[in-house]
Design a protein around this ligand. Sequence first.
Ligand code: XMP
Length: 234
Amino acid sequence: MRGKKGLILAADVLDKERLLDVVRQTAPYIDAVKVGNWVLYQHGWSLIGDIKRVCAVPVIADLKLMDFPGMAKRITASAVSAGADGLMVCGIIGQPAVELCRQEAKGRLVFVFTEFTHQSGMISESVADQCVDVALATGCDGVQVPATRPERVKSVRRKVGQRLLIISCGVGSQVYCGQEGRRPDFGSAVAAGADYEIVGRAIYDSVADSAPPAELARRAKERILASCGENPGH
Ligand code: XMP
């Protein structure tokens, strides 16, 4: 995923057939699928294989893994056995635990969750910066920095340069922190310095637009690439 900008589908659809249909439809426009705990609890690890059978992009298990080092390692091993191409761990578990996850995940992508998209999230900027330091120190692939806090995306980009991927959620359906009512548009996080925007409901369940998921994903990808000066037609 390095060296590109793009779109990660947040596949938070409880009905498995619909989830797989959304993935199939949007496959031409997405660069990865992120599958979260809600649907993994419902369908189990086998869901990862089911998704991989309908698309050719990496599947990232957004486990928000938060446990002591030994358990973090075991959960990572299970995600790898299930076929996950990447996983998300919480930076606040600390460097030794993230290091174990990094080792256990071998060649897979490891992303570190730094802070919340929502205003009342209790991870401070200073702790989030320490989570970024943990990602750097342990050789992780990237960090999740919220699109609802564009100043944080800019600040983390300044800090890490090109050493880490920045993936950003909160685009399309959530609101900017401190600005109730304003939603980050497609392309806004990449314009602030992110590499990939993670988009869920604005693609599979848009309240603002009745277009099918494939069309909404196409528009999202077009706006993301336009925001960094890339032409999707080339
Ligand atoms: P929507 O439907 O809002 O989905 O586009 C957003 C996706 O992102 C996840 N999410 C977060 N992940 N920190 C994270 O690591 C956050 O603060 C956060 N907020 C939302 C959410 O689980 C969904 O998959």
